[in-house]
Design a protein around this ligand. Sequence first.
Ligand code: NAP
Length: 357
Amino acid sequence: MSLLPNKSIYATEDAQFIVRNDIHHDDLEYNELLIETHYSGVNPADIRHSTLLGIRSTVVGYDFAGRVISSPPGSKYKEGDIVAGYTPSGLGRPTKYGAHQDYLTVPQDDIFKVPPNLPKAHAAALAVVVMTAADAIYNLFKTPLPTTDPGFITAPILIWGASSSVGISAIQLARAGGHKNIFVTASPGRHALLKDLGATQAFDYSSPTVIEEIKSAVASLGEGPITHGLDAVGSMSSPCSSSSAHLLAQAVSDSAVLASVVLRPGTKFQMPVAAIKDGWSIHPPGAPGPVSFPTAPTRHQNAWKALLWAVDYYGTKFRFPVVEVFYVTPEEAVGELVKVAEGKRGFGKVVLKHPFR
Ligand SMILES: NC(=O)c1ccc[n+]([C@@H]2O[C@H](COP(=O)([O-])OP(=O)(O)OC[C@H]3O[C@@H](n4cnc5c(N)ncnc54)[C@H](OP(=O)(O)O)[C@@H]3O)[C@@H](O)[C@H]2O)c1
């Protein structure tokens, strides 16, 4: 490995994002594979985990697709296989796990083989957001996993900010699990697309009357109150009375089960998490000490089954409508990561082509 040229995007200890050419991976564990990265998927977390959660002195990025260079003895993955998945997070994260580099290392439990129906660039965009949506829908909301014969759940579910990639995933997973009435909020220009993916009623989240519109639609539907609500965007507006979670909570009854993609301490919102197989910790700047996320293996296995379902049925029962591939230098890529983290890229997934230019 030490001879392989490897450009990477590195978060320094003071959360600056720099390009390094000197990182090599000679420290593979017994269960890890070395991967030649072909695409790395961009998430808001790539930057935010360094700036907001204190995960630093590491190569950034989680989602990827690429070719197996080496695998452990007895592994089901062999040299040359095309695989995708995501890499572990947390304080002390080794540089080998960063996805935004030309070679990376990944534990073999965190990957899947890329089938012919799944374009490689799309495979690099899946794991983080599908695992998060799956944790919300199948674990926190307890919707049954996709089956060939889903029972219909008639009580409405509401997904706020449903054109986020987590939201797009949640709509399709909710439909696959048997939800018949899927209410969403999104910009009006997305409503037709979201209905095509499985939403049944769509509302403009920026309408001053959106809460009344949703309540009136629930009453007209006559299938009972909204039982579950997912804040799929996690906006933190000031004043907080216009945050996505606050608006969602106003649109549903007090008995609804609620989840938000970001931590909402002191509220009834539970948080779905993309990576719960292993325990990991964060240390937000200014916090008195680290905060730990415990391991939740059963939740992980359930969500992983859903991810594999999305992989198997990609292009028919599950899809991302927009995956934009950037073939850029790592310096240019930093600009794209920042735009995504600041919510300035808008709709669709962004994926970086490797090797970096
Ligand atoms: N907990 C976890 O493990 C975890 C994992 C992954 C992501 N997340 C979090 O989940 C959130 C979504 O991530 P993502 O990658 O899916 O986002 P994304 O794809 O970048 O979301 C972009 C979309 O957000 C929508 N949006 C922006 N502001 C909005 C608002 N105020 N209200 C409603 N919708 C709004 C826009 O929809 P329109 O086009 O309709 O305007 C836009 O198309 C982020 O906060 C991210 O940090 C958490």
